[in-house]
Design a protein around this ligand. Structure first.
Ligand code: HEM
Length: 493
C-alpha cells in the first residue's frame, strides 16, 4: 500500500473556529480547572510572554489546567509526569496535525512534524536511515567548513547579529549536509533562503485576528509567497536529480529512491513537504540555541573561562585555533561544553511547546480532559519548575553533571521531546551546535552591547525577538586563559 497522506485541513479559518467551538460545546466531560472565560488580555499575554503566565497557572491550578486563549479552551499539562504521559505512555491518544499550531501545515505541508498515526510511523521509518550515526558523522566536514567560512567574515572590534549570522550558517549547513544542495549554485543563490524563512515565520508572530484572513497583503499571503519561492528551489533540485539520476548520501537522495512494499515511490509534493520540514526544523532550533548559549556566556565569563581551559586541554593544537576532532564533537566528550549546552536547552528549549489534540477523553492527575481538546505539553515551563530545577532562572551548567542528569526524574528534561516523536534531527543538531560553539570559542570571545535587553519571541519556536547584537573580540591568549580558569576553579572549589 502506497504512503498516502492525510486529507487536507479546512482552508477557511472562520469555519475552522466554528468547528472548534462546536466540538468544545459537545465535550462529554469537563475541562480541568483554570481560566475559562474569554480574555483578550490573557490571549495577548500568551502571545507576548507565555512563560510567567503558564507558571502562575501551574502554581494556582496544578499540573493540568485550562486557559481560554484566542477563541477556545487550551489545556496545558506541565511537569515530568505530564511530559511522559503525553509523549510516551499515552502518546497514541494525541495528534499533532489538528493542534493549535496547525497553521504550520500551510508552510510545511504534510512533513514528519505535522502528521500522525500510521502515515507518521511509516514516513519516519523511511527517513531514519538518513539520521543514522555514521551518516550524521559524515556531515561534520561540511559543518566545520561552513562554520570556518562564516567565522572568516568576522573581525575583532566588529558588531554583528549572531542570530542572523547563525541562521544563514545553519541553512547553508542544512542545504549541503541534508540535501546535497550547493548553496552557491545558481538556483540557491537566486533565493535568499534565510530571509524567506524569516518572512514565512513572521506569520506566527502577527496578531491572532490578522492570521484569520487569507486575501492579498495578509500575513498568510506573505507566508505563502515565501513558501512558493522556497518551493522553486526545492522543486528545481528534485527535478534535476530525477533527470540526471544523480544521487548522494543525503536525505534528498534517500527520499527520491524511497519506495513502499508495492514499489510506489514518493511524489514530488511528498518530497517537498519533507524537505521543507527538515529545512525549517533543521535550522531554526539550532539558530536559537546558539544565540541563547552565547547570550548566557556573555553574562558568565567564568563559564567561558572553563570552556576555554577545556579547549586548551582537549583540542588538537590547544589554545586559540585548537581543532576538535569529529569523534569529540559527536560524542559530546567535551564535558564543560556539554553542560553549557544542556543548561542552554533547559533554560531556552527552542521547540518550547508540544502542541497536540486529544483523541479520546482521559483523566490525568485527578482531572478529566475531553476528547478533541487542544492539549499542550511544554518543555520551557516544565524546565522552570523550582521543585525540579532549583533557582530555575539562574544559568547553572553544573546542574548537568552526568550524575545530576542521570538523577533527573523521567520526563523532567525534554528539549528534544520524547517517545515516537522524539526529534529525528537530535544528533545532527547536537553535532552542529557543538561544532559552531567550539569553533567560535576557539577564535573569538563575544560580548553584548551594554544597553541590550533580551526579549523573547515565542512562535513558532523561541528566539531573541530582535536578533542578538554581539561585539567580537579576539580570544584571550592561552596564559591569561589558564590563569583565569585556575582562579575560577579555586573559586568554585
Ligand atoms: C537544538 C536542536 C533541536 C531541538 C531542541 C529540537 C527539538 C525538537 C522537539 C522538541 C521535537 C518534538 C516536538 C513535539 O513533540 O511536538 C522535534 C521534532 C522534530 N525535529 Fe527537532 N530539534 C532540533 C534540531 C532538529 C534538526 C537539526 C532537525 C533536522 C535535521 C530536526 C527535525 C525534527 C523533525 C523532522 C521533528 C518531527 C519528528 C517526528 O514527529 O517524528 N530537529 N524537535
Amino acid at each position: 500500500m502506497a504512503l498516502v497522506g492525510p486529507s487536507p485541513l479546512l482552508d477557511n479559518p472562520f469555519a475552522t473556529v466554528l468547528g472548534d467551538l462546536r466540538e468544545e460545546r459537545s465535550a462529554t466531560v469537563s475541562f480541568p480547572p483554570g481560566e475559562t472565560r474569554f480574555s483578550l488580555a490573557r490571549t495577548r499575554r500568551f502571545n507576548d510572554d507565555p512563560l510567567p503566565l503558564l507558571l502562575e497557572a501551574y502554581e494556582r491550578f496544578g499540573p493540568v489546567f485550562t486557559l481560554r486563549l484566542f477563541h477556545g479552551n487550551v489545556v496545558f499539562m506541565i511537569g515530568p509526569a505530564a511530559n511522559h504521559y503525553m509523549t510516551v505512555s499515552h502518546a497514541a491518544n494525541f495528534t499533532w496535525r489538528e493542534s493549535h499550531m496547525r497553521e504550520l501545515v500551510g508552510l510545511m505541508g504534510d512533513g514528519l512534524l505535522t502528521i500522525d498515526g500510521d502515515f507518521h510511523r511509516r514516513s519516519r521509518l523511511a527517513m531514519l536511515p538518513g539520521f543514522h550515526r555514521e551518516r550524521i558523522l559524515a556531515s561534520v566536514d561540511v559543518m566545520v567548513q561552513e562554520t570556518e567560512r562564516a567565522l572568516d567574515q568576522l573581525a575583532p572590534g566588529e558588531r554583528f547579529d549572531l542570530y542572523t549570522w547563525t541562521r544563514r550558517l545553519a541553512l547553508r549547513i542544512a542545504m549541503r549536509a541534508l540535501f546535497g544542495l550547493d548553496p552557491d549554485g545558481a538556483a540557491a543563490r537566486s533565493v535568499d533562503a534565510a530571509g524567506l524563512f524569516e518572512q514565512a515565520l513572521s506569520f506566527f508572530t502577527s496578531e491572532a485576528a490578522l492570521r484569520m484572513f487569507r486575501g492579498p497583503l495578509t500575513p498568510w499571503a506573505r507566508m505563502q509567497q515565501a513558501a512558493r519561492s522556497l518551493d522553486e528551489l526545492i522543486y528545481s533540485e528534485i527535478s534535476s536529480r530525477r533527470g540526471s539520476g544523480e544521487r548522494g548520501e543525503d536525505i534528498l537522495s534517500l527520499l527520491l529512491d524511497a519506495h513502499d512494499e508495492d514499489g510506489s515511490t514518493l511524489t514530488d509534493l511528498q518530497i517537498r513537504d519533507e524537505v521543507m520540514t527538515l529545512m525549517f526544523a533543521g535550522h531554526d532550533t539550532t539558530t536559537s540555541t546558539v544565540a541563547f548559549m552565547f547570550y548566557e556566556l556573555a553574562h558568565h565569563p567564568e563559564v567561558v573561562g572553563r570552556l576555554l581551559a577545556e579547549q586548551d586541554a582537549e583540542l588538537a593544537g590547544g589554545g586559540a585555533g585548537g581543532r576538535p576532532n569529529p569523534a569529540q564533537l559527536m560524542s559530546g566528550e567535551l564535558a564543560e561544553l556539554e553542560m553549557v549546552f544542556d543548561e542552554t536547552l533547559r533554560k531556552y528549549p527552542p521547540a518550547w511547546v508540544g502542541p497536540r489534540r486529544s483523541v479520546e477523553a482521559f483523566e490525568f492527575a485527578g482531572c478529566t480532559v475531553p476528547g478533541r481538546a487542544f492539549v499542550n505539553y511544554s518543555s520551557w515551563v516544565s524546565h522552570h519548575l523550582p521543585e525540579v530545577f532549583p533557582e530555575p532562572d539562574r544559568f547553572l551548567p553544573e546542574r548537568f553533571t552526568p550524575e545530576a542528569k542521570a538523577a533527573l526524574p523521567k520526563g523532567a528534561y525534554v528539549p528534544f521531546g520524547g517517545g515516537s516523536r522524539t526529534c529525528i534531527g537530535m544528533r545532527f543538531g547536537q553535532l552542529e551546535i557543538r561544532t559552531i560553539a567550539t569553533l567560535l570559542l576557539s577564535r573569538f570571545t563575544l560580548s553584548l552591547p551594554e544597553d541590550f535587553q533580551l526579549e523573547i519571541r515565542q512562535m513558532p519556536t523561541i528566539s531573541p525577538k530582535r536578533g542578538l547584537p554581539m561585539i567580537v573580540r579576539s580570544r584571550p591568549p592561552r596564559e591569561t586563559q589558564s590563569l583565569r580558569s585556575s582562579m575560577s576553579s579555586v573559586h568554585r572549589g
